[in-house]
Ligand binder design. Structure first.
Ligand SMILES: Nc1ncnc2c1ncn2[C@@H]1O[C@H](COP(=O)(O)OP(=O)(O)OP(=O)(O)O)[C@@H](O)[C@H]1O
Ligand SMILES: [Mg+2]
Length: 256
């Protein structure tokens, strides 16, 4: 195939008689080929990331502040959106410090997972980084499954993956009371990531301070406080409104 002919791909820019530079014909193809390869890498990284498919197209820009009814909540949403955008823009600085984000609202369905997904999408697209996105409950289940005799993966394989990935998103942290086992797992992962300055984004229905109630050993909450900036999301659910409007559209199809 033509793009395997690297000598043609690498044809350099040339100067005409008047000294003007003309872009090498095959170099233009080369740029295009490189872009295609980059795009495929980004798509693959997004596919493997574990970002919920429902949010695969979610962007920070399309995060709609007006979904929230009260002015106060629109203001809180606007701040969260601004912080999300600035986190992406300033990712290199955040990464140097190993800082992530902690998206919190007590209320369910206020857009935490959606905003975390849109930040993750933007980071893969902008910087081509490797991301792992996992619900805290699924992380524990994956580790329990390694105790199964037929499992080819070990507990340390799983821990290693979540310790080392460049950016980790843990969704729904502290969704229920943790066992000593669960606490040990989150300690293992957060301690390593803190020490190696690897950024982590969390979403949760409890504040960082309240984590001490869920992980009474007191080590997980202290680490997370150091490794993530807390962002308050509006205390207003938008999931129900979204379901109502989606269903109303489909009912039109069903009953017309
Ligand atoms: N600002 C927003 N703009 C557009 N859609 C939104 C926004 N906020 C939330 N949504 C939609 O609301 C629904 C619920 O959002 P999401 O699942 O992110 O909530 P959550 O806070 O993570 O809930 P939970 O606490 O139950 O995990 C999603 O379908 C999401 O697309
Ligand atoms: Mg969620």
């Amino acid at each position: 195939m033509w793009f395997k002919d690297w000598s043609r791909l690498n044809k350099k820019d040339e100067q005409d008689e008047e000294g003007n530079w003309i872009k090498g014909e095959w170099l233009a193809h080369c740029d295009c080929y490189e872009q295609l390869v980059k795009q495929r890498e980004v798509d693959k990284k997004l596919d493997l990331s574990g970002i919920p498919p429902i949010f695969s197209d979610a962007t920070v820009r399309s995060y709609d502040v007006n979904k929230f009814k009260s002015k106060e909540n629109q203001g809180i949403a606007a701040m969260a959106k601004k912080a999300a955008g600035n986190y992406v823009t300033n990712y290199e600085a955040m990464k140097k410090q190993g800082k992530g984000l902690y998206l919190y609202s007590k209320v369910k369905g206020s857009g935490k997972t959606r905003l975390a997904s849109s930040i993750a999408n933007a980071l893969v697209k902008t910087y081509g980084i490797d991301i792992a996105f996992i619900k805290s409950g699924d992380l524990i289940t994956q580790i329990h499954n390694t105790m199964n005799k037929t499992s080819e993966t070990t507990r340390s394989d799983i821990i290693k993956t979540f310790r080392n990935v460049e950016l980790l998103v843990i969704d729904d942290l502290a969704i229920k009371e943790a066992t000593v086992f669960d606490e040990g797992i989150f300690y293992d992962i957060t301690d390593f990531r803190l020490e190696h300055r690897k950024p982590t984004i969390f979403t949760s229905n409890v504040t960082i301070d309240e984590l001490e109630r869920i992980y009474p050993g007191g080590r997980v909450n202290k680490r997370i406080k150091k490794m993530a900036l807390e962002i308050y999301m509006p205390e207003e659910p938008v999931r129900d409104d979204e379901a109502d409007s989606e269903n109303a559209e489909l009912e039109k199809l069903l009953f017309r």
